[in-house]
Design a binder for this molecule. Structure first.
Ligand code: ARG
Length: 658
């Protein structure tokens, strides 16, 4: 049962008798911003009145009279210029709660018309360790898949591994030149990571060497601009003077940024040059950049040695990421990496050419797209295919195999241009009847507001991040255990187990509760806070209900199955009831634009807050009568079940004690 959907269905017929465009009007039925206006408010009368030439208040009254609402709502009130205020009937709410209490899905219905979605997420470039950047795609994608599936859609998750790119050229080159065979035989994964880091370090060194003179040149220019702007006479016009001041500030911060970049670039260079060992390596491998590209090209051309090495390395890389996925409790229906599509790429290019959709330009094969400055290159001059070519082949494969209604790509915002072009090219190719969506997300920042790095300036490894969150969670769990009478009974092994769940949850929730398109500052303390919009608080609310059941020796299963009535003695019981019943709406909100933070907002702002107020004012185990106690126990149970289900859709587990 979905309250909003019910209301819409009631208004639909009468609106349809007045206009052809009912859809947008139904969107104007919203939860009321202020409880004094009831539970929901419909604001369509004003706009519609203009269109049909009627008085808005009269029209509102007419619509209310024409909609069959009496079993659902109190008599609606027409307010102000024509707002319709809707208050749900208590007996109707109570009947919905009774239905939900014995329903496995807590009253959330599946969609009437399920669709097939492919969700492309996580998709790391393997052969290098997963880092903090991978957390967002992994947890957002997993949560969207879970939500789609829960609502009855056919959601197919596909981990589009980067298993065919330059990073393999890097470890192949590294293996050929730097491998410690004994170490590799003993433990291949750490040795391969070491090799990767050596090659990465050398390549970064040479990149830094190339970049430094350019940065210095840019600094000189920017500094000159800054001096000129600063010393220019101040304009007399106030607005102009303000503009100039702003410009000076802008240039000044650019100068500062360049200075910082130069400093870190110089530090990178010094790291290598100050170490005799590294300096010697750098001298011996001055051509490493092009050599790595050559190894990659050889792999793609089917060179026997490189292909054998790739086949040997890939399973190690897959085991690496599998370990992380296990800890994150994330699974995929498919894991078809870039390599899977290699043999199809030539055909894709040929097909675009045959249809006259791709043209040669300076030796490369390009798709020219309306509205884009640069074309999409699908084959380079040297014959190599690109990331885009693989993505086109992937779409064709997915269409043939699953005939999806939608493909969602949960990928960093920096790939926005790639996806804009990819989608345009896909339409041009003839796939017009499919939703293609880049579910874009921002960057994880450190507390200093810059992309999250270790103190040494390296990217933060994902496994280390998980370990740290778990160890900090243990401190929280120990602290809580000391405070609660039940907690002391938790032994060290149980506490460790709870910490693993609480720690990983805090990372996931900390990420999922953000507007995905914004950057956010990573903070263990905030994520693990016991108060506020955190998983720790949500898990704690859940455990609190379980603790009530234990203390009261309540057989909750039996109570659910009984015909105990749910009543509203106190306004906060009713408020909690409405919050519980709005779960289904929150899930619709999530899927409207693929935003899991609509679920965390709901869980915290509506459900947990209502529960906390209810709990402060309404004694449960000490309720005046047995009937009231049972009614309140059922409200607690419904709340806990929605929390558990909601967290599950975020990929987060609950614990009974914490
Ligand atoms: N492997 C890519 C990267 O790490 C992400 C792939 C996203 N999916 C896709 N179909 N392009 O940047």
């Amino acid at each position: 049962m979905n309250i909003l959907a019910q209301l819409k269905a009631r208004f639909q017929p009468v609106l349809a008798s007045l206009t052809d465009e009912v859809g947008p009007l139904l969107e104007m039925i919203r939860p009321a911003g202020d409880p004094k206006f009831g539970d929901y408010q419909a604001n369509f009368a004003m706009g519609l009145a203009k269109k049909v030439g009627k008085n808005p208040r009269e029209l509102a009254a007419e619509i209310v009279a024409g909609a069959k609402l009496d079993d659902l709502c109190e008599t609606p009130e027409v307010a102000g210029p024509g707002f319709i205020n809707l208050k749900l009937r208590d007996d109707w709410l109570q009947a919905q709660l009774v239905a939900a209490k014995s329903d496995e899905r807590i009253g959330v219905e599946k969609v009437a018309e399920p669709k097939t979605y492919i969700v492309d997420y996580s998709s790391p470039n393997v052969a290098k360790p997963m880092h903090v950047g991978h957390i967002r795609s992994t947890v957002i994608g997993d949560s969207l898949c879970r939500t789609l599936k829960f609502l009855g859609h056919n959601a197919i998750s596909d981990n589009h591994l980067g298993d065919w790119g330059t990073q393999f050229g890097m470890i192949i080159y590294g293996y050929k030149h730097f491998a410690d065979q004994a170490a590799y035989k003993k433990a291949p994964v750490p040795e391969l990571s070491r090799i990767y880091r050596v090659v990465r370090g050398l390549m970064d060194y040479f990149d830094a060497k190339t970049k430094l003179p350019k940065l210095i040149e840019a600094l000189a220019e920017r500094t000159a601009d800054y001096e000129t702007a600063k010393n220019a006479p101040a304009p007399t016009d106030k607005a102009e003077a303000k503009k100039q001041k702003k410009e000076v500030g802008r240039l000044q911060s650019q100068v500062q940024e360049l200075n910082e970049e130069i400093k870190s670039t110089e530090a990178k260079i010094a790291q290598t040059e100050d170490s005799p060992q590294l300096a010697k390596l750098a001298a011996e491998h001055a051509e490493i950049g092009s050599a790595v590209l050559k190894e990659t090209a050889k792999l793609h051309e089917g060179d026997a040695e490189n292909l054998a090495l790739w086949k040997e390395f890939l399973p190690f890389c897959e085991d690496e990421i599998k370990r992380v996925y296990e800890r994150l409790n994330v699974t995929f229906d498919h894991q078809l990496g870039e390599s899977f599509y290699h043999d199809r790429l030539a055909d894709v290019v040929a097909d675009f050419e045959k249809r006259g959709l791709a043209k040669e330009s300076e030796g490369a094969t390009c798709i020219f797209l309306d509205g884009f400055k640069a074309p999409m290159i699908i084959r380079k001059r040297d014959g190599a295919f690109l990331y885009s070519t693989t993505d086109l082949a992937t779409i064709a494969y997915r269409m043939e195999t699953w005939k999806p209604d939608a493909i969602l790509y949960v990928v960093d915002f920096r790939q926005g241009d790639h996806f804009d072009k990819l989608f345009a090219a896909t339409r041009l190719w003839g796939y017009t009847d499919i939703e293609l969506k880049h579910v874009s997300f921002g960057t994880v920042m450190g507390e200093d507001g810059k992309p999250f790095k270790t103190r040494a300036g390296d990217t933060v490894g994902l496994e280390g991040l998980l370990d740290e969150a778990v160890s900090r969670a243990l401190a929280v769990v120990n602290d809580q255990a000391e405070k609660s009478p039940e907690g002391e009974s938790l032994d060290p092994a149980q506490r460790q187990q709870i910490s693993e769940i609480v720690g990983i949850a805090s990372l996931k929730y900390g990420d999922l509760s953000q507007n995905r398109e914004s950057d956010y500052k990573f903070s263990y303390d905030k994520m693990l806070a016991l108060n506020g919009n955190t998983s720790t608080y949500m898990q704690y609310s859940y455990a609190r209900v379980q603790s009530i059941f234990r203390r009261g020796e309540v057989d909750i299963e039996k109570l659910r199955a009984s015909d105990v009535a749910i009543t509203f003695e106190h306004p906060l019981e009713r408020q909690l009831a409405v919050a519980v019943l709005r779960f289904s709406e929150a899930l619709d909100d999530v899927l409207a634009d693929y935003r899991p933070n609509y679920l965390t907002n709901y869980l915290f702002d509506q459900l947990a807050k209502s529960f906390s107020s209810f709990f402060d004012s309404c004694p449960v185990l000490k309720a005046e009568t047995e009937d009231l106690k049972n009614s309140r126990l059922l409200l607690c149970d419904l709340t806990a079940r929605v929390i558990k289900q909601g967290l599950d859709l975020l990929g987060i587990q609950t614990v009974d004690k914490m």
